[in-house]
Design a protein around this ligand. Structure first.
Ligand code: NOJ
Length: 566
């Protein structure tokens, strides 16, 4: 186990090369509440994760990333943390967490945890103390409190909006307001306050001391706000991202945020191996995003380009080229993401007609406009082989390896995502990708999620068709495809980002395809057409085909083939 050391003595802030395990890793995201429930209370738990470690080893993942498991009122699924150094009793105990880290280590699986530094829960002891203290007090100075506008403070201090809808300022009732970029139960911390810096260095040291291998940093572009007086309105408050790529937005992606991560990198590098860190920044995709990934900062950043891209050859190619270029500039590895707990599942999303507004579509229960589920499933499998065929860090969101579609069937009264209420029912929210996973076909056991049959979000009957148990031993199952892909990837794709991608010429891909050849000799070729096949070159020996159809001379429509030259 690593030993905690004080920050500030690191000689170099660059990663030593041997610590770069993450550059080619496959990281599996676990949303603990929905993964596996060992105690049958209807919410997943750490014991459930421990019980699935062998499954994850068989899948071949290098690391797991655990979404928050800290004590929380779950106003935002755990991204409202009430105590950063403990485990929510619903999810287990600290002893179980220690056991998870130890067992994962035995199996060669790294453990990455989620850190939420932009805001706490309103039930955090700091915030309770702040509300109980007077304006101007040290307790309030840990958060962003401000007097309202108007004679009696009856108006919010600025036009800033919450990402979840409505004003980002909540009145305290005395003419003062506090800032919450997300739900009102998630008050924003004041990162101008040195006490906040010290507290988070302490929290990071605590978990490093527990032996975790890295951190995913929630809302990493949001921590630094421009709190200089007078506070400024945002030009277009409805835009939930920086409005200019120059650090001038008062809420998002400000230059000062990078000072925080340089401080953290000094701490992370005092461990052997150095701790991994990856930022979550939903900003427009440009070179500014990669500042977070510089090696003297977090070191890595999520790229959500593929997660957002339509099923379109040019969109995919443009995303990949851009990521590749910027990742090289920052000397980081590119990251590839098809899904996570915040967006509709890929196995449905790729069936949405190009140009459809995804939020409208989710909210309309998938009825308008219709999708073709078979086509969406084919595309999702093809996209998986695009992602896993790219050097860099690949992220699999739990259930993706089962081909699990989005659940559109949740009723309004079943929804838990705060977005539903805050956006006044204009967007159904993110619950459809958070429904507890189906492990077996047994409905009375919540499809193997537990033995009791309870589930914090109801599971639809069709979950049985995607159960893990039903996919075991099926040569053409999505699970089997992922297992094979991850295994082949370890041999053929591991090159980091230090190579140049060699794109296939048009005479190989035709107008519908794209692909690249890796130094190992493996070629990835994807066919984006829904109707036409692409002939494979004569020398091609198929290693893996996303449809598992056994076809060896062509790439079928909506299919990716991995092949090598013979
Ligand atoms: C990003 C997380 O992924 C999301 O689930 C959460 O709601 C927000 N950050 C706020 O913490």
């Amino acid at each position: 186990m690593s030993t905690a050391m004080s920050a500030g003595s690191a000689e170099s802030v660059a990663f030593p090369a041997q610590d770069d395990w993450w550059r080619d890793a496959v990281v599996y995201q676990i949303y603990p509440r929905s993964f596996a429930d060992a105690n049958g209370d209807g919410e997943g738990d750490i014991a459930g994760v421990i019980g699935k470690l062998d499954y994850l080893r068989e899948l071949g993942v290098d690391a797991i990333w655990l979404s928050p498991f800290y004590p929380s009122p779950l106003a935002d699924g755990g991204y409202d943390v009430a105590d950063y150094r403990a485990i929510d009793p619903r999810f287990g105990t600290m002893e179980q967490f220690d056991e998870l880290v130890a067992r994962a280590r035995e199996l060669g699986i790294k453990v990455v945890i989620d850190i939420v530094p932009n805001h706490t829960s309103d039930q955090h002891e700091w915030f309770r103390a702040a509300l109980a203290s007077a304006p101007g007090s040290p307790e309030r100075a840990r958060y962003v409190f401000h007097r309202g506008k108007g004679e009696h403070g009856e108006l919010p201090p600025t036009n800033w909006l919450s990402n979840f809808g409505g004003s980002a300022w909540e009145p305290c009732g005395d003419g003062w307001y506090y800032l919450h970029t997300f739900a009102k139960e998630q008050p924003d911390l004041n990162w101008d306050n040195p006490e906040v810096h010290e507290e988070f260095l302490g929290i990071l040291r605590f978990w490093c001391g527990k032996g975790v291998d890295g951190f995913r940093i929630d809302v990493s572009h949001g921590l630094a706000k421009d709190l200089r007086e007078p506070l400024r309105d945002r030009p277009d408050p409805t835009k939930q991202y920086p409005q200019a790529a120059d650090g001038s937005d008062p809420m998002w992606d400000r230059d000062a945020v990078h000072d925080i991560y340089r401080e953290w990198r000094e701490l992370f590098n005092q461990y052997k191996p150095a701790k991994y860190a990856i930022g979550e920044s939903w900003t427009p995709f440009n070179e500014r995003v990669f500042q977070y990934a510089k090696q003297d900062e977090l070191g890595a950043i999520f790229d959500f380009s593929l997660e957002k891209a339509d099923w379109d050859r040019d969109a995919y190619r443009a995303s990949i080229e851009r990521t590749w270029k910027y990742a090289k500039t920052a000397e980081t590895a590119p990251t590839w993401v098809l899904g996570n707990h915040d967006v509709p599942r890929i196995a449905s999303r790729l069936g949405v007609p190009t140009g459809t507004d995804i939020e409208t579509w989710v909210t309309s229960n998938g009825t308008n406009p219709p999708i073709d589920p078979a086509s969406a499933a084919r595309r999702a499998r093809a996209a998986a082989l695009v992602m896993l065929g790219l050097p860099g860090t690949a992220f699999i969101y739990q259930g993706e390896e089962l081909g699990l579609p989005e659940d559109f069937d949740l009723l309004p009264e079943e929804l838990q995502d705060p977005i539903w209420e805050r956006r006044k029912h204009a967007f159904k929210g993110r619950d459809g990708c958070r429904v507890p996973l189906p492990w077996t076909g047994e409905k009375d056991k919540a499809f193997g999620f537990n033995d009791s049959g309870r589930a914090w979000l109801p599971q639809p009957d069709w979950f049985a068709d995607y159960a893990e148990s039903g996919q075991e031993g099926q040569d053409d199952s999505t699970l089997n495809l992922y297992r094979q892909a991850v295994a082949i990837r370890k041999r053929m794709v591991k090159h980091g980002a230090d190579i140049d991608l060699e794109w296939l010429p048009d005479d190989v891909c035709g107008p519908d395809g794209f692909g690249w050849t890796l130094p190992s000799g493996m070629t990835v070729l994807t066919n984006f057409s829904s109707t036409r096949s692409i002939a494979l070159p004569e020398h091609a020996a198929v290693l893996l085909e996303s449809r598992c159809s056994g076809t060896v001379d062509r790439v079928l429509p909506e299919t990716t083939v991995w092949y090598r030259r013979v």
